[in-house]
Design a binder for this molecule. Structure first.
Ligand code: ADP
Ligand code: MG
Length: 266
């Protein structure tokens, strides 16, 4: 079988206190162009899962492979005298390839929108400034914010800021994008404009892992749903199947709390 797995996780275990496993034996992979939506109750480990994939959190056991290359400890040990330095180098490379957008957008308040989105590509990736600006303008246009190019974040609404945060991530030209409840802090009328951008990215073939509580959006955007509970993947199914015939009682209960209505559109 042709392997197009961008990211693969094998038996991942994450614990903060060495006693309880916040992530407990997670195995999972995502193919190029696939959109996986992670759903589950608050505290079940969704954010921690994304943070582990991005190497923002060390893991206690298991392996993570990016483009078939081991990016966790065991992979770094081989042939290395200077483990710590190698680890930092790998983490840096991982963050170039794995973009992440959070609930809070954290744009630099003292920089204009164009400065915010071009900073890292120019400074960190050392790319040509003019070329980077051109790309940024193209992306800002795509999310409907080109006219906000020279304003400051405080002059934007929450939904606009979150769209800028998505552009900022895309500017790093990531292979995969992790989105952690990116509309959770937004007023309802702004949720749709942000989700629309994500839907378009999905259509264009962006590989994404999306944590969301927006069930209609999940159904529309997902190729596959992972349902997490207490640090374990307890269901993995096609959206149609998950939303109409969840396999577990736990998922059924969870979906009921959303008063999920079949057939409504986002
Ligand atoms: P979710 O995103 O699904 O709401 P999280 O991944 O944020 O869940 O949290 C999963 C569990 O891990 C929770 O019990 C939370 O309290 C715990 N946790 C998360 N981050 C930390 C941390 N930095 N230190 C200790 N415990 C944490
Ligand atoms: Mg979370």
């Amino acid at each position: 079988m042709k392997s197009e797995k961008i990211l693969e996780v094998r038996h991942l275990v994450k614990s903060f206190d060495g006693k309880t496993n916040v992530l407990d034996d997670i195995s999972f992979s995502i193919a190029k162009g696939e959109v996986v939506v992670v759903i589950g109750p608050s505290g079940c480990g969704k954010s921690t899962f994304l943070r582990c994939l991005n190497k923002l959190e060390p893991i206690q056991a298991g392996e993570i492979l990016l483009d078939g290359v081991l990016i966790t400890r065991e992979g770094i040990k081989e042939g290395s005298n200077s483990k710590k330095k190698d680890n930092e180098k790998v983490n840096y490379e991982v963050r170039q390839k794995v973009g992440m957008v959070f609930q809070s957008y954290e744009l630099f308040p003292n920089m204009t929108i164009i400065e915010n989105v071009t900073l890292a590509p120019v400074i960190v990736q050392k790319r040509d400034k003019e070329e980077v600006i051109k790309e940024a303008e193209k992306l800002l246009k795509r999310v409907g914010l080109l006219e906000k190019r020279d304003v400051y974040p405080r002059q934007l609404s929450g939904g606009q800021k979150q769209r800028v945060a998505i552009v900022r991530s895309l500017m790093m030209q990531p292979e995969i994008l992790l989105l952690d409840e990116i509309t959770a802090a937004l007023d309802p009328e702004m949720v749709r404009e942000v989700l629309q951008v994500v839907l378009e990215l999905a259509k264009e073939g962006m590989t994404m892992i999306v944590v969301t509580h927006e069930m209609e959006f999940a159904k529309a955007v997902a190729d596959r749903i992972l349902f997490l509970d207490k640090g374990k993947i307890i269901e993995e199914s096609k959206p149609q199947e998950f939303f109409t015939q969840p396999k577990t009682e736990r998922a059924r209960q969870f979906l009921n709390t959303f008063h999920y209505e079949e057939g409504t559109n986002i």
